[in-house]
Write a protein that binds this ligand. Sequence first.
Ligand code: SAH
Length: 481
Amino acid sequence: MLLTLTNTQSPATDLGFLLHKHPDRVQTFSLSFGEAHVFYPEASPDRCTACLLVAVDPVGLVRGKTQASRGLLDQYVNDRPYTASSFLSVAIGEVYSSALQGRCNARPNLVEQRLSLNVKLPAVSVRGETGLIHALFEPLGYEAEATRLPLDEHFPEWGDSPYVALTLAACTTVKNVLSHLYVLLPVLDDTKHYWVGQDELEKLLRHGASWLATHPEKELIARRYLRHQRSLALEALSRLDVPEEDDGIEPNGPVTEVGNMAVNDMAFITSEEAAVESPLSLNEARIRAVLEVLHAAEAESVVDLGCGEAKLLSRLLKDSRIGRLVGLDVSIRALEIAAKRLNLDRLPPRVRDRITLLHGGLTYRDARIEGFDAALAIEVIEHLDLGRLAAFEKVLFGCARPRIAIVTTPNVEYNIRYETLPAGRLRHHDHRFEWTRTEFQSWGRRVADHHGYQVRFQPIGEIDPELGAPTQMAVFEREAA
Ligand code: SAH
């Protein structure tokens, strides 16, 4: 299989620096499934073309594989050596790895430079109509030309093959072109040659970081790239809304909101408790505020949306008044930590039966979170893109419709009290927004009005007379039908 990349912006040979491959040499790389060669059929100041020729060893692919792991590749003669697919992505990732990652030590300023680039792929495996090619590449700024290849040109009556000759042209960076091809070639092919797991999800998010979130076909891309594994695709889509490293842990230092609070200012904590518990972290203060509301409302079933590592769930589990507990989160890593914290493997059956952890997203309707007395979203909404907040509102207040919903979020006005937090910065790098009290309250009132709930607001943490408390909580109660 062959990928040619041409730059016509002079000096066109800059392409050699970007790809880390000298135009005067032929270079060969060995890959786990064959060999790759890079060479330049032309390299002038006006026009420079780099060819990546990948030779797949089809026998090597099949030999030694069990029947179950072979999938579509169960014959010595198959199309993999000839068509662009995930093998080409792997070759791009290995042979052009620094260009793909946007590194160019010799000429770092070239990395962000947009060049006049042209890509040719003589045979791309495409499942579905060629319209898909346009739908995938045109939103990324390419002019795409796709010609369907006949199955056999001597026998036109046999019809078309599943392969397409593809040309792409765009004024963009080399890094962009490589990351688009890396993700989209396997998407077009829709058959991956290896098992898809969490690693693939991370690769998709990494290589799609700068463009996938806004791509109109992002759902199809995630679904196909992750080989139709629903839960992985769901996680990918949710994490596009909520960027990487989202573990819900706030940064170190005073920004962790722990410590020097005048605890007796916390309206909801009695002075006796304060005396015992001082100094009290804001996280602890939030947990107590939530527990108090749940007890007052006599909630017997609770779903914790965006439960993270189950700090709150582990407390709720100790409360035998709550007979049914569910924690839901999009992050598998957080759920694994949650399962450990809760000791799920070792709980006596009578306690184990009360709790379930679920993997899921908050901006998609999910029947599993319906029918609860109370739903919690503790320090979660600020991790959603503002554009996705309406979807969450619908999921929570329109579909799940708990009797009580508790939502907490930072009060941005209070941030100036955190001395090490630079002005204008949010408390956590993954926060999409932080609201003033007025903003949060007007959001809460609008949502309550719209969905038939009453809402009240309560500060959590030390109350500054001007700035309010560091955390703000809204308690929604469903109105009688
Ligand atoms: N409620 C927990 C964790 C808050 S951090 C606590 O108070 O400790 C935010 C959590 O929301 C993270 O665990 C993150 O994985 C989760 N999250 C963010 N966006 C989500 C989404 N779209 N769907 C489900 N969970 C999400």
